[in-house]
Ligand binder design. Structure first.
Ligand code: ADP
Ligand code: MG
Length: 729
């Protein structure tokens, strides 16, 4: 009831910041405190085993059980010094977030007691019942058993009393049931392909690393207010609620207590993240009210993904300690900025060269344009797939909105890079190469190093923007696992580089000089991938039309966008890079459609319930009060005066009737449409039905609920309003 609303609002105002004591040590000293880093490996493992582990981590050497036993013993010693009693394999199933399978460190000692045990076998592999996780039908065709296996590239860490072991999660028959296994394959594929291309320029390169620097946006909402909104509680977003007035003048006390509660939360989060080895940069700029952002320094992609997953769960946990709920939903509030994740991505060599960054020598310049153009080729060829990789029921609410990237993937390059590509396209080899020069070549590409300052994020509308020495993929959903996008992007890049090298090698085999061969293929690709390059306003109507003319994917329906995974070009790309088999792609798409349906289904249920049990009764009660008042006015005043005085109320009474009857009738239709959709067997068709016939009704009914919110007496309204959710902190 509304009294609950006022109670929680009152309590929220009174909440005091939970003070977080400043750590005694400096950040550089407590950074990685709970991580089994190389330093700790060196300290807790015998020298030969330490060396072996380095070989495993750096070069993918295999790990035998004896070595694993020794490693486990060292880990156990370190962990027990931190008070750890349990261990768990930590993995990333195809639902949201992460999953864990806890085991105690104890075993029977055979004498009626227990001993602390942690074997190499427990460390490297565990059996898990895969049937309790989504597997897209792999379960029905194969055995239900699944395995989690240690990912040695991501260090184990301690969370509370538990030793956390990052693992991949695969079925008994080897199909990936998680994000990490295919991500590692995609990273491997791009490493191999990029290393091969790098050798044209730098023969000493042995390895190419995929970098990821994510920026994570989120909202904080007072926990008490959150708890009184069934929609927030059950779906992570508000399914109804009128926008609070723009540029609302806030009372001083709105802001008085704010920074403190939030600041303490941020301090807490940052300390704990640093202790877990997440290299946070202190940068929490706020966009919408109660919206914040956190970005660490970029890391190797596999590790960066683990750190993002870990950070999201830390955020949720720490928020509760401070009396908040952390909303990671992409669009918790209509009409207000949504939350996304920017994935800053680049490739770098083991010799320290940033492949997407310009350099100083002609060789660097040619390498730079090669990697930029092949990235554009990857994004061009697979623009529909890349969109599918970031699409979800929740992110669909944000994309195409007026603060988020549009539902068309294109790439912003900026003036200078655009000029360079144009110049390359229109110059002859001889114009570009001065054979007489000292280096044997002199790439006439003017001023590349100065690119750096042109490309900050001037164009916020671009989903895939070049930002000086990296690309920034901005369409990722705030609650998504970054891996989905990174799998598609790195695999597509691997394919582009393999294709590039095949064509260059063919020219070289025909006697063309290496530099000329590279230039020719680059020039050909500049022409081919032109449609993906767009520096204009991605929000404009014209862009929709223009993109369609260019042949870019402009589909907006989430279930249909998932089809792009099954395009022949996608399957071929994933199979040739050994990232996914067709079977795996099909299984994963089943899960995507199922998840989509479930999300909309839950929203529709909660929404219908809120309409019938919260909104209509309150609106009707207020309407009765107005009717009573009309009667009383008629009793007290002469007919003519009464008619004049009652005019406004009569108008409201009528409006309330119109809104409530629309809501009631359509809530019934919503149930009907769900029933029809539920009878559809095919998961894809079912998701399409939910998209086409259920989801739009939530919007059309909501309009009337939000209108009622403006009419009904504030004292009676049962749900915390936007201004309360967004400005109390
Ligand atoms: P913004 O201009 O978007 O605010 P920042 O400079 O704060 O960007 O960086 C955002 C993220 O990009 C950080 O995680 C940062 O470490 C990362 N980043 C910077 N350079 C690179 C790069 N070459 N490759 C990948 N990530 C990078
Ligand atoms: Mg950014």
């Amino acid at each position: 009831s509304s009294s609950l609303r006022f109670e929680v609002v009152g309590e929220a105002f009174k909440k005091k910041a939970v003070e977080v004591p400043a750590p005694a040590e400096r950040p550089s000293e407590f950074f990685g405190k709970y991580v089994f880093t190389r330093q700790k490996m060196f300290k807790y493992l015998p020298a030969d085993v330490y060396k072996k582990m380095c070989d495993v981590i750096d070069n993918g050497a295999s790990l035998d059980l004896q070595t694993a036993d020794v490693v486990a013993a060292g880990m156990k010693k370190w962990a027990m010094e931190l008070g750890v009693t349990h261990c768990t394999h930590w993995f990333q199933p195809l639902t949201e977030g992460t999953a864990e399978k806890h085991d105690a460190f104890v075993e029977h000692d055979g004498k009626g007691g227990m001993v602390e045990e942690f074997s190499g076998k427990q460390l490297i592999q565990q059996e898990t019942d895969a049937s309790s996780f989504p597997n897209g039908g792999i379960r029905s065709t194969f055995e239900a058993r699944g395995y989690s296996a240690w990912d040695t590239a991501s260090p184990v860490f301690v969370l509370g009393d538990t030793l956390m072991i990052p693992t991949i999660f695969i079925s008994y028959t080897g199909e990936a049931l998680d994000y990490k296994a295919p991500l590692k394959k995609a990273i491997h594929a791009v490493d191999k392909a990029a290393t091969d291309v790098c050798r044209y320029f730098y023969p000493d390169v042995k390895k190419v690393i995929s970098n990821l620097g994510w920026e994570q946006e989120y909202f904080l909402v007072d926990e008490g207010l959150y708890a009184t909104r069934p929609d927030l509680l059950m779906t992570g977003r508000t399914l109804m609620g009128h926008e609070s007035a723009k540029n609302q003048q806030m009372d001083d006390h709105y802001f008085g207590s704010i920074p403190e509660r939030v600041a303490e939360f941020m301090k807490d989060l940052e300390i704990q993240a640093l202790e877990l080895g997440i290299p946070c940069k202190t940068r929490h700029n706020e966009v919408a009210p109660n919206q914040f952002e956190l970005a660490p320094i970029y890391e190797e992609t596999n590790l960066a993904v683990d750190h993002n997953m870990l950070l999201m769960s830390l955020m949720k946990k720490i928020a509760r300690k401070h009396g908040f709920r952390c909303l990671l939903h992409e669009k918790p509030f209509a009409g207000i900025n949504g939350s996304g994740k920017h994935n800053n991505w680049s490739l770098a060599t083991d010799t320290g060269i940033l492949l997407h960054g310009p350099g100083k020598t002609p060789t660097d310049n040619l390498r730079f344009v090669t990697f930029i153009v092949e990235t554009l080729m990857a994004v061009y060829r697979h623009n529909g797939l890349l969109k599918a990789s970031i699409m979800s029921a929740t992110n669909a609410h944000r994309l195409g909105g007026h603060e988020a990237p549009p539902t068309i993937i294109s790439s912003f390059l900026g003036q200078q890079l655009s000029d360079i590509l144009e110049h390359l396209e229109h110059s002859t080899d001889d114009e570009l190469i001065d054979v007489a020069s000292k280096h044997g070549m002199k790439l006439d590409i003017p001023q590349i190093p100065e690119l750096l300052f042109d490309n900050t994020d001037r164009n916020r509308t671009s989903p895939f923007a070049f930002t000086g020495n990296r690309f920034e993929f901005r369409a990722i959903g705030s609650q998504a696992n970054c891996a989905a996008a990174m799998i598609a992007l790195n695999a597509a890049m691997a394919e582009a580089l393999i294709d590039f090298k095949t064509r260059v090698d063919a020219l070289i085999a025909n006697g063309v000089d290496k530099t000329k061969a590279i230039l020719q293929v680059v020039r050909e690709d500049i022409k081919t991938c032109k449609p993906i390059h767009f520096d204009g306003n991605g929000y404009s109507e014209e862009w929709q039309e223009e993109a369609r003319r260019r042949g870019l994917d402009t589909e907006r329906s989430c279930p249909l966008i998932f089809d792009r995974y099954l395009d022949e070009s996608s399957v071929k790309m994933f199979e040739t890079t050994h990232v996914f088999t067709r079977n795996e792609i099909e299984a994963r798409n089943e899960i995507k459609w199922e998840t989509y349906t479930k999300k909309v289904q839950v929203e529709a249920r909660i929404f219908g319930d809120m309409c019938m049990n919260h909104i209509i009764p309150v609106a009707t009660r207020y309407q009765s009060a107005l009717i009573d008042n009309v009667h009383k006015v008629q009793e007290v005043f002469p007919a003519e005066t009464a008619a004049r005085l009652n005019a406004k109320n009569l108008e409201l009474i009528e409006k309330i009737s119109e809104h409530t009857s629309f809501i009631a009738e359509n809530a019934d239709r919503l149930v009907e449409n769900r029933k029809v959709a539920n009878r559809i067997e095919n998961v894809r068709e079912k998701a399409i039905a939910y998209h086409d016939t259920v989801a739009p009704m939530l919007e059309s009914i909501r309009y009337h609920v939000d209108k009622l919110e403006l009419i009904v007496d504030d004292e009676m309204w049962p749900l915390p309003k936007y201004r309360e959710l967004l400005f109390i902190r």
